[in-house]
Design a protein. Structure first.
Length: 529
């Protein structure tokens, strides 16, 4: 049964494409104008790549050898029946876990396996769209129906169902064709939902654990800790994978800004509710019948079974279970600190020694060729350029990029980024909030504005010169001050690199940088306009 599919266009010569696929999959089987490669994965799954040499298109399909339709249907019915008939909380946890597992099985493998292959051969074709089976909605419906009968779980179930339903609709059908090409935006929104979702689930589970007998409570507590550690590790690695693949995942302007805004608002609304709920718990300890379990409460559970140093272990356990949200908070605080530091640096920069610009232009000493639209809370907005950019471009080309940044200021793009910086924590990260706005379209419009002001040839020459020097122009509030000092990767630490990638996904400039299309696409759009 097919559970995932990626379609794309071949970007290399056929000989190169065939050679790279053969390295990964072995020799293909050949049909009339088509080639097919197959690879078995983990016994239960297989990846099948079909390529049409004449049309220059390829398709990657993930299949599962089990009868997933039958298993998901029967498993969901049994799980719901168990939840309705049983009042034992461990049985309820087991039944809900079955539904969740059946829903996530095709989601995880249907997404990860095709993209795992894609990352290994990313230079030979370009992804256009991806789709996954809609049968994941069956166990998800079982989750929702079953938890209606469990009073203590109605709130987390409502949140989890809303999140997974939103995810499932996006990846399983064409109900919202206007945003089917917004894979990058969707991935950022989904990843930003995970820290509050994991922490929210842990807090509600802890509330239920308090109602158990001492031995059962400790068993449930240990299961929750292990699952939190495993899921957090998987989450961090997923962030690192996305950070490394950000430049190859399509991020075109959406055909409907309103649809994208409404779609994103649903997911961010779920994040906002969860985070406000947890903040209220910290102050009131009882919200919608859910009680905040303190480290002391966990210590009492551990004490009841004779655990030594139960107070310290209680604090450690509580810290592990809320670590996803605390990590998000630490990243947010650092991002605020970094923005304040950066704004001070930009505000004290020297004026560029050239005349004729309608807006103040300042220069910052930096080896990176960048231009930044700098919105000031007080005083006149400015455009910041770096010494490297000034050295690389001619005066008219520099003027073109300044006009580009001027458009961002006139369009209040920098204001949107500033708002996202200060309020990003409440929705799962700055970049989650930025994804509500179509900055890819703003980039195109800024190029057209610059072309109108200085001429098409000039802006194209500026872009081509930057391409020739293998540099790029960052937008809006670019991070000229550098990466977080506490995540320096000078020692090549894999752990620090993964944490840095996670920071960049949630609060860095990776989304703003991804809003830039390739130089060829930007030039083509300018000429076609």
């Amino acid at each position: 049964m097919k559970i995932g599919q990626i379609s794309g266009e071949i970007t290399e010569a056929w000989a190169v494409f065939e050679r790279e696929l053969t390295k990964v999959f072995g020799q293909p089987t050949r049909g009339k104008g088509t080639y097919r490669w197959t690879k078995q994965v983990l016994a239960l799954f297989s990846i099948e790549v079909t390529a049409n040499k004449g049309a220059g298109r390829t398709q990657i399909v993930t299949k599962i050898s089990l009868p997933y339709r039958i298993i998901s249907t029967i498993g969901t019915i049994v799980a719901v029946a168990l939840i309705i008939e049983e009042n034992f909380i461990l049985a309820t946890l087991f039944a809900l876990s079955v539904c969740l597992f059946l829903a996530l099985l095709p989601t995880a493998q249907g997404f990860f396996l095709p993209f795992y292959f894609y990352f290994r051969t990313k230079n030979i074709f370009k992804v256009k769209d991806f789709k996954m089976t809609s049968w994941m909605l069956v166990p998800l419906t079982g989750w929702a129906i079953g938890t209606i009968h469990v009073t203590n779980y109605w709130l987390p179930s409502f949140i989890m169902t809303g999140f997974l339903l939103t995810l499932s609709i996006f990846v399983s059908g064409d109900l919202l064709s206007q945003i089917q090409d917004q894979s990058f935006s969707f991935l950022i929104l989904s990843i930003s939902s995970m820290p509050p979702l994991i922490t929210f689930g842990n807090l509600t589970i802890l509330d239920s654990i308090l109602r158990l007998q001492s031995t059962s409570a400790v068993v449930a507590l240990l299961i929750t800790i292990v699952m939190t550690v495993l899921i957090t590790d998987l989450y961090l690695r997923l962030c690192s994978t996305l950070a490394n693949a950000a430049d190859i995942i399509p991020n075109p302007p959406t055909t409907s800004r309103l649809t994208r805004f409404l779609w994103g608002s649903v997911m961010l609304g779920i994040n906002l509710f969860m985070i406000i709920f947890m903040l209220l718990l910290l102050f009131q300890r009882d919200v919608f019948g859910t009680t905040l379990v303190s480290p002391a409460d966990i210590g009492m559970i551990l004490k009841s079974v004779g655990t030594p140093y139960h107070t310290s272990f209680g604090l450690l356990t509580w810290s592990v279970l809320v670590s996803p949200l605390m990590g998000l908070l630490i990243f947010w605080i650092y991002n605020i600190h970094n923005q304040i530091k950066q704004r001070h640096l930009l505000s004290t920069a020297d004026e560029l020694g050239q005349n004729g610009f309608e807006i103040p232009v300042k220069i910052v000493d930096s080896p990176a060729a960048q231009s930044v639209a700098h919105h000031r809370l007080f005083g006149q907005d400015t455009v910041i350029v770096t010494t490297a950019l000034v050295e690389q471009l001619r005066e008219d080309e520099l003027r073109a990029l300044i006009e580009h940044e001027k458009y961002h200021l006139n369009n209040y793009d920098s204001v949107q980024v500033l708002i996202a910086t200060f309020f990003g924590f409440l929705v799962g990260g700055k970049n989650a909030l930025i994804m509500l706005f179509d900055f890819a379209r703003s980039e195109r419009d800024a190029d057209l504005y610059a072309a109108d002001q200085v001429g098409t040839d000039t802006i194209i020459r500026a872009l081509r010169r930057l391409e020739m020097n293998r540099t790029s122009v960052s937008i809006h509030q670019a991070d000229i001050t550098g990466a977080p000092a506490f995540l320096s990767v000078a020692d090549d630490s894999q752990t620090k690199q993964i944490l840095l990638d996670t920071y960049n996904i949630l609060f860095g400039n990776i989304v703003l940088d991804a809003a830039h299309q390739s130089i060829d696409d930007r030039v083509r759009y300018i000429l076609d306009a």
